[in-house]
Design a protein around this ligand. Structure first.
Ligand code: GLU
Length: 502
């Protein structure tokens, strides 16, 4: 039987980075086993529906390169893949469950239930309380029929049988056992005819022939209900296998990573920028912070999974090769933003100039810089060992696109002397004539010249770097001179001399 897995987010807001990890693990698992990866949108909770969230999910998956084989926006033979478009399917199944004695009608009004909640601590609708409530287990068959005929609002609830053990063999956690006494009679079909997450999720996993459910640990308790549903429908034979992924923890301290941690720790916790309806529903994304999607994928892959050896850098293909559910950890994975930055640096450093140039181009254009592709490639080579984020190319390296804004005058003052000043005055008129204007040749000629003047290269070259970039942190000085070209290099020397030779 071919492996089929699904990523099933609810469009209730921006997709958290943990959701992207869930998608990634599903994707890797599907690819590893030659199976299919589906995207199903679980939007049955209309109160929590947020416009734009579905598009965001799709865009985020595309950005990180996890393209579903089937799903909303991707087609497939098991559609529709958006639960609100499947509404008609669920009622029949809910009724089937009632007929089979695994679910029942409940007519309790919201007010009646509210009153119970107020008068009883931790009130839950379950095998103990249902006997005193208004449902098809307590009412006579005639009364139930009358209620239905009169069009009284009702929900359909799962009927949890007493004294049962519900066992799950979780691929990550091993044996997990629930007692049915702890499992409540969840609503399966709401009064508005919409299924709840539990019902829709199980029916869809069944109809879409899902073989493995890989999802966050927060869904583990729900799995008890899900197993009962599979049993209730008589679908045990094709029940998927479960794998519950470890939580993603805050960078420091206890607790799981929350969307508020982004602002607190100065880091994105969403893949893309999200601009919700209100001011406090705006969040920065990894993409806009200047991460390469490949780096984000690599970082996320290791957030809860480890390979057999200690390899850290993996392409998506290598991840597919190395991935196994057996190496997913049970304990929470700490969200280490410094590590994410480290991955980004590594990926930028390893990227070829032409590809980097395509990433730098829009950033340069947004700043109003118009430069050739060849020049962008030179910028890429000059800066790639020095940057952490893509925008650093045009922000830290702004001097490759426009004149130096400020000089590191402290360093200049320290090294400035009459000899040095004299050297700069001469360099200003002779440097432009050095032929060929190539890095190694420039270096040789300048060093020779400096020595002839009785100075040390160490006294002059750092200043030359400051003349061209304003800072000591710039790229290798002669490479930079070549990229800027002889005319611009000379112009910068001139301005430098004018500024300090007073
Ligand atoms: N709709 C659920 C969510 O938002 C899916 C959980 C599952 O994968 O079953 O995460």
């Amino acid at each position: 039987m071919s492996v089929r897995v699904r990523f099933a987010p609810s469009p209730t807001g921006a997709l958290h980075i943990g959701g992207v990890r869930t998608a990634l693990y599903n994707y890797l698992f599907a690819r590893k086993h030659g199976g299919q990866f589906l995207l199903r949108i679980e939007d049955t909770d209309q109160n929590r529906f947020v416009p734009g969230a579905e598009d965001y999910i799709i865009e985020a998956l595309k950005w990180v390169g996890l393209i579903p084989d089937e799903g909303v926006g991707f087609g497939g033979d098991y559609g529709p893949y958006r639960q609100s478009d499947r509404k008609a399917i669920y009622l029949d199944y809910a009724l089937q469950l009632v007929q089979r004695g695994h679910a029942y009608y409940a007519f309790d009004t919201p007010e009646a239930l509210e009153a119970r909640r107020e008068s009883e601590d931790n009130f839950t609708y379950n095998q103990f309380t249902r006997t005193g409530l208004s449902n098809s287990l307590t009412l006579s068959a005639e009364a139930v029929q009358e209620h239905l005929d009169a069009g009284l609002p009702y929900v359909i609830r799962l009927k949890v049988a007493p004294n049962q053990e519900i066992r799950i063999h979780d691929l990550i956690r091993g044996e997990v056992v629930f007692q049915s006494a702890d499992v409540d009679d969840k609503v399966l079909l709401k009064a508005d005819g919409m299924p709840t997450y539990h019902l829709a999720n199980i029916i869809d996993d069944h109809l879409m022939k899902i073989t493995h459910v890989i999802r966050g640990e927060e869904w583990l308790p729900s799995t008890a209900h899900h197993v009962l549903l599979y049993q209730g429908f008589g679908w045990e034979d094709t029940m998927p296998q479960f794998a519950h992924l470890p939580l993603i923890m805050k960078p420091v301290g206890n607790g799981k990573l929350s969307k508020r941690d982004g602002a607190k720790f100065g880091m994105p916790v969403f893949p893309l920028n999200w601009e919700g309806a209100t001011e406090d529903d705006h969040f920065p994304g990894f993409r806009e912070a200047g991460f390469l999607p490949e780096a984000v994928v690599n970082f996320l892959a290791l957030l809860g999974w480890h390979p057999e050896d200690d390899q850290e850098i993996f392409t998506l293909e290598q991840l597919v090769e190395a991935f196994s559910v057996a190496h997913i950890s049970k304990s929470g994975a700490r969200f280490d933003y410094e590590k994410a930055k480290w991955f980004n640096q590594k990926y930028i450093q390893a990227m070829d100039a032409a590809t980097l140039a395509t990433h730098i181009r829009p950033l340069a254009e947004a700043k109003g810089y118009t430069v050739s592709v060849e020049y962008l490639q030179q910028v890429a080579v000059l800066m790639k060992e020095r940057v952490t984020f893509l925008p650093d190319f045009v922000e830290q390296g702004y001097y490759l696109f426009e004149p130096v804004r400020t000089y590191d005058s402290e360093t200049v003052q320290k090294k400035w002397s009459e000899t040095v000043a004299g050297i700069f005055v001469e360099l200003q008129s002779s440097l432009g004539d050095i032929e060929p204007f190539e890095s190694a040749n420039l270096e040789e000629k300048v060093k020779q010249f400096v020595q002839e003047k009785g100075a040390k290269p160490g006294d002059v070259l750092p200043l030359l770097r400051i003349a061209l970039a304003g800072t000591m942190k710039g790229p290798a000085v002669f490479d930079m001179a070549v990229a800027l070209g002889s005319a611009e290099t000379v112009a910068r020397l001139k301005r430098f001399v004018e500024t300090f030779n007073k």
